[in-house]
Design a protein around this ligand. Structure first.
Ligand code: AMP
Ligand code: MG
Length: 401
């Protein structure tokens, strides 16, 4: 038996590092930058108004108040997007809109609410210190500096910034094309009615969703019979088109273990991992393509994904921290766990008002077929190898899903 950490390290090594590619910014959400993004322009690119109002000289509105407004001639309108902005003659105001360039000569903006809104003459009811409501060129990003560093995860804000400095494409680590294979002669697909002894296939949908959420391009073979020739015939022709194969089922200790029977001695090593659920695991290559073989029970599949595949894929995609957020929480019920195995229990974590630590309760028991309980969980409760009992009210580690 190998440890959770050892198997995770093996899967991570198997997946290696993904190559970098250039992609449109619109297709980079969630991906990691493979390059520094330098800003060829400053942000803002020019001094501009932060308000709708009047661009003036601060000195021309000195002493203005509600009772003693200053009245100025209005020159021109400066809407956002105007590129040839006339300078401001002394003793006058230009009407200016938010985002429009400041005219030469003006050093401050009076917002329209502090004026009578005049279009030929304007009464200004407040003083305005130099720089008020002016957004300075380069105050956000200076041209020539690095706006985003390699290794940054491209969330919405980062993609917004990359676009704002004029980027159309970004070099990112490209997610793998993954073939998801569900094995089991008992598996059928709707709308076929279930005969006694059959179940609807669900693992490939679950895994497909989890993989797509990491940006992977997923194809599926949803039901392969527990027969070596059928398995080979269904998968081998597809190997050339994918970067990773993930199977479920057919790897434990029974008599019809199709994945194990096909791939033992052909590049894949099958092991027992000290984890509950999801002990039977395998990884290796098939005709040079990385293969990760998961057990068949649905809860084992998702727990294995969380424990091994997700961190390995995120590492391959350049994420410095591929782990789920881990918090401590007060356990609402006593849980037991097998000695020597790391147990991942499905739980529901919440944070009652006024409680510094969150609380967590189990959803379902330790059995690995309880899909409804899994669907109610928002976290995994981690009971480590040395823990055999975690009493109610004790603190436990929780991975937030
Ligand atoms: P196995 O690991 O092949 O022995 O499967 C373990 C359990 O998981 C059995 O009860 C299977 O029927 C079930 N199972 C295997 N594959 C799937 C699947 N793709 N969808 C739903 N249940 C499955
Ligand atoms: Mg099976």
């Amino acid at each position: 038996m190998i440890s959770v950490d050892e198997h995770r390290a093996q899967v991570t090594e198997l997946l290696g590092k993904r190559p970098a590619v250039s992609r449109p910014v619109t297709e980079c959400a969630g991906l990691v930058l493979a390059e520094d993004v330098a800003a060829p322009v400053s942000l803002p690119p020019f001094d501009n108004s932060a308000m709708d109002g009047y661009a003036v000289r601060s000195a021309d509105v000195a002493g203005a108040s509600e009772d003693a407004p200053v009245e100025l001639d209005v020159g021109v309108d400066i809407p956002a997007g105007l590129t040839d902005v006339p300078a401001l003659p002394p003793g006058t105001a230009h009407r200016i809109m938010t985002g429009a360039p400041m005219p030469d000569g003006a050093d401050t903006v009076v917002m329209v609410e502090r004026t009578d809104g005049g279009t030929t003459r304007v009464r200004i009811h407040a003083e305005s210190a130099p720089g008020t409501h002016v957004r300075r060129a380069g105050e956000d990003v200076a041209a020539g500096t690095v706006a985003l560093e390699a290794g940054t995860v491209c969330g919405p804000a980062q993609l917004g910034l990359a676009s704002a400095v004029g980027r159309e494409t970004l070099a990112v680590f490209v997610p793998p094309r993954v073939l998801v294979v569900s094995t089991g002669t008992e598996l059928v697909l709707p709308p076929q009615p279930l005969a006694h002894g059959q179940i609807y296939e669900s693992n490939s949908v679950m895994l497909g969703g989890a993989l797509r959420a990491l940006g992977c391009e997923v194809t599926t073979v949803r039901s392969v019979a527990d027969d070596v020739d059928s398995f080979r015939a269904a998968i081998e022709p597809r190997l050339a088109d994918v970067d990773l194969v993930v199977t479920s089922g057919g790897v434990s200790a029974g008599a019809y273990e199709v994945v194990k029977d096909t791939l033992t001695g052909a590049g894949v090593t099958f092991t027992k991992v000290a984890v509950q659920p999801g002990g039977p695991q395998g990884c290796g290559t098939w005709d040079g393509v990385p293969v990760v073989t998961l057990p068949g029970n649905p809860v084992s599949v998702l727990v294995s994904f969380e424990a091994f595949l997700r961190p390995a894929i995120l590492s391959s995609l350049g994420h410095a921290d591929p782990d789920r957020t881990r918090v401590r929480a007060r356990l609402l019920e006593t849980l037991t766990s097998p000695q020597g195995k790391r147990q991942f229990r499905r739980g529901y974590y919440s944070h009652p008002d006024g409680d510094v630590t969150g609380v967590v309760g189990p959803r379902g028991g330790p059995a690995s077929h309880l899909l409804a309980a899994l669907s109610q969980a928002n976290c995994l409760i981690v009971l480590d190898e040395d823990t055999t009992e975690a009493p109610a009210d004790s603190e436990v580690d929780v991975l937030l899903l």
